[in-house]
Design a protein around this ligand. Structure first.
Ligand code: ADP
Ligand code: MG
Ligand code: MG
Length: 455
């Protein structure tokens, strides 16, 4: 089966069709404009929708979200490995978030992080009124092909704030099943897995709301684009009472879910930082709270990969440590000192083997290839280099059609005081992009939604 076509408003060009070559025969199905129409229609029918670039705020004009025409083969064992390790990653993130010594040392220095870190320090010094923690995260992986043969699952990163596509990923399986049936591949259509991360994430939210113990509303950041406005709105109309219950517009808030707030441009004024601090200091359950947000940074990811560190978080669980560590790619510090100097030399010698990552989220921020040399030549003797980490570049062998896939696994957990009362792996997400793009996700317009077809 061939999986070349991706639907994106719509980029099925004649050139694409030519590139398919004999794959058309193997499909026993000619991918005609008609099939593509059916795929798009099915997407609309199942709610695989997004707003358009031209009219981003129109409640009337929507289009289908970009997706592959067919699901992509993923080795069964590696898929299950990713699901099996998710509840351990949930616990790891949670334990890191509760370990000030571990978080503080590496994080105090970054510009964006420093501002978040200020908030962290302030709430750290106060008595924290809320013992309930809600984590909704997504751990992302690529399949790394060793030059010596064999494929392994390697973690790209873990997102502890605004981990997206749980909703759309719940809807794409039906679309792919239908397309496979139309393509006269009913057997394959049975192999598209059920997936409902939205339901699992909602169970986490519901559990936290229940534990908050009062029938009050949930504050959800409706549209990511409006986060700045919402922060200012919270700052203007929000308040804490004497028990630090959070009220916005006169209504008590049980849960603050951050759909955004991880990019510097979300905090354009002092007011938005004040809003974040107010929410953080409040009794409302934060998803994520500031320390869980920081636990998801790339610097922390790199520190966790150091020898002996996972053992500190799971002293009595060698199996858990092994399961987590098996997914780690090489991660290297760029701190000042001998170790960091070694990283610089390594990167300069073989830039194509690495990815240079700043402390950012949201795609499109990483540095690759010769640009790594430019950046490091400039920064190698400056403390500014510490704003980055270096990571082994995962080398997935592109399938015939030069598409690369990234598998995400959703986790949800709720802790009350010392008790993990809820800890689940709640679903998955497959995103696929053309191998010509080094970086970028669905929102950045590079990757498209996909589903694993276990092989
Ligand atoms: P972000 O938080 O911005 O999403 P990521 O670490 O996920 O940061 O990097 C963005 C994209 O860059 C990933 O979706 C992936 O396509 C690519 N990428 C990141 N790290 C690696 C790596 N080690 N090897 C290959 N590609 C990578
Ligand atoms: Mg991220
Ligand atoms: Mg990412």
């Amino acid at each position: 089966m061939q999986f070349i076509l991706t639907l994106r408003n719509c980029d099925i060009s004649d050139q694409n069709k030519d590139e398919q070559g004999d794959s058309k025969d193997r499909l026993s199905f000619t991918i005609t404009k008609r099939a593509i129409e059916i795929a798009k229609d099915t997407a609309l029918l199942h709610g695989v929708l997004m707003r358009t670039k031209e009219t981003p705020n129109s409640p009337e004009v929507v289009s289908y979200a970009p997706f592959t025409l067919f699901p992509t083969p993923v080795p069964t064992a590696l898929f299950h490995q990713a699901l099996a390790v998710q509840t351990h990653f949930n616990r790891l993130v949670d334990r890191v978030s509760q370990n000030p010594a571990f978080l503080e040392e590496p994080l105090a220095r970054y510009e964006m992080i420093a501002l978040l870190f200020n908030i962290y320090k302030q709430v750290q010094q106060e008595h924290r009124p809320q013992s309930i923690v809600l984590g909704l995260n997504r751990s992302d992986y690529m399949l790394d092909h060793s030059p010596y043969g064999g494929t392994s699952l390697k973690q790209i990163e873990i997102n502890t704030i605004a981990a997206s596509f749980g909703g759309l990923a719940s809807r794409t399986p039906d679309v792919h099943r239908h397309i496979l049936k139309v393509a006269n591949l009913p057997e394959e259509s049975n192999n598209v897995l059920d997936n409902n991360p939205a339901a699992g994430l909602a169970r986490g939210l519901a559990k936290a709301w229940e534990l908050y113990g009062s029938e009050r509303c949930v504050l959800k950041f409706g549209k990511a684009e409006f986060s700045e406005i919402i922060l200012i709105y919270v700052c203007r109309t929000g308040s804490l009472d004497e028990s630090r219950r959070l009220f916005v517009d006169g209504r008590e808030i049980a849960i603050v879910y951050f759909r955004n707030g991880y990019m510097p441009q979300n905090y354009t004024s002092e007011k938005s930082w004040e809003a974040r601090l107010m929410m953080e200091r409040s009794l409302a359950v934060k998803c994520p709270d500031i320390s869980t947000h920081l636990a998801g940074t790339k610097k922390v990811q790199q520190e966790l990969a150091r020898r002996g560190v996972l053992e500190r978080f799971f002293p009595d669980e060698p199996e858990t440590v092994a399961q987590i560590r098996a997914t780690f790619a090489g991660l290297y510090t760029l701190d000042m000192g001998e170790e960091g100097d070694k990283t610089v030399a390594m990167a300069l010698a073989n830039p194509d083997q690495y990815v240079l990552k700043p402390q950012r989220e949201g795609g499109g921020n990483n540095i690759y290839g010769s640009e790594i040399c430019e950046v490091l030549e400039n920064l190698k003797n400056s403390t500014e280099r510490m704003a980055y980490i270096l990571m082994d570049k995962i080398q997935p062998v592109p399938v015939q059609n030069y598409l690369l896939s990234e598998l995400g696994v959703f986790g949800a957990y709720v802790r009350k005081g010392k008790d993990m009362v809820f800890n689940e792996c709640v679903g998955h997400l497959l995103r696929t992009k053309s191998s010509e793009h080094a970086d970028g996700g669905v929102a950045a317009g590079v990757a498209v939604l996909d589903n694993p077809l276990l092989v």
